[in-house]
Design a protein around this ligand. Structure first.
Ligand code: RET
Length: 274
């Protein structure tokens, strides 16, 4: 049971959540088009990153669309406010979506950083196992967010331990490998780390929201927080990794990555003009 089902909402509150959930899945649809169409501008070795972003987009689109439908079904207008109906709203769908997206987002990082062989497989397995442990312990805890008994806090803490492990591993992976990237891509790789840290921290923030702001406004803030987190951790992150992949591919001599870089000065025209 989630706190969303405890309150009634005025028109602005209910509509804001409805719009924000719609923004969420609209951005995922846009991202899907972007990642599929820009896929071939990276060299074959890095294209998997765009494919994985597309996988994340498809699963998140579907999840946010279902969630948005649930929001509409869970409340009905009684003439003065939106009140509960006989359908429950549930953030649990988000957790199920993370089971796909968290491992996939982390593998993408390994692909773009050029990690291969045994290191690739080992890190992949640890990322996936710690990611799923973080998600499912948090999932168990969120069922207790209305009464906020010991289970809410204990599962939340266990989940946080796995989260910290992932953060340490990601930081080590990024900073140990950033030196192998071309100089033009290094600041972007560091930006990916800070983006991951900032956007992933929003999720435990949303988990804690009922304890900090237990009201209809708190629910609106929580759904906005989730949407900002989804757009940054999935879409902006994927776009940044795609740019890094293209820079590395260009450096490695992949012509489409050089030709399709719109920020690159048009050498041919300049020389003709001069
Ligand atoms: C939970 C439970 C409370 C403690 C912590 C959590 C962390 C969740 C995270 C989720 C990341 C999700 C992503 C999804 C992208 O698609 C489970 C809320 C620490 C970090 C990146």
């Amino acid at each position: 049971m989630n706190v969303e089902n405890v309150f009634g909402y005025n028109v602005i509150q209910w509509t804001l959540v409805s719009h924000v959930l719609t923004l969420g899945y609209a951005v995922m649809a846009a991202g899907l088009v972007y990642f599929l169409t820009t896929r071939s501008s990276s060299g074959p070795r890095y294209r998997l990153s765009s494919t994985l972003s597309a996988v994340v987009m498809a699963s998140a689109f579907f999840e946010l669309w279902v969630l948005s439908q649930r929001w509409s079904q869970a409340f009905r207008w009684d003439g003065t406010a939106y009140v509960q109906s006989d359908t429950l709203f549930s953030n649990g769908y988000r957790y199920m979506n993370w089971s796909i997206d968290v491992p996939v987002l982390l593998i993408q990082l390994l692909v773009v950083l050029g990690i291969t062989g045994r290191a690739f497989h080992r890190t992949w397995v640890i990322f996936a196992a710690a990611g799923l442990a973080m998600i499912y312990t948090g999932y168990a805890g969120q069922f207790h967010e209305v009464d906020r008994g010991p289970q809410f806090w204990i599962w939340g803490l266990v989940s946080t331990a796995f989260f910290l492990l992932i953060l340490v591993l990601v930081a080590r992976t990024v900073f140990a490998n950033v030196g192998r990237l071309p100089a033009s891509a290094r600041p972007l790789a560091k930006a990916v780390w800070w983006l991951l840290l900032g956007s992933w921290l929003l999720y435990p923030g949303a988990y804690l929201m009922p304890a900090m702001w237990d009201s209809a406004d708190g629910v609106v803030a929580r759904q906005i927080t989730y949407t900002v987190a989804d757009i940054t951790s999935k879409v902006v992150y994927g776009v940044l990794l795609g740019i890094i992949a293209r820079k590395v591919s260009a450096e490695e001599g992949w012509p489409p990555a050089q030709e399709e870089d719109v920020a690159r000065p048009r050498g041919g025209l300049t020389s003709r003009a001069g």
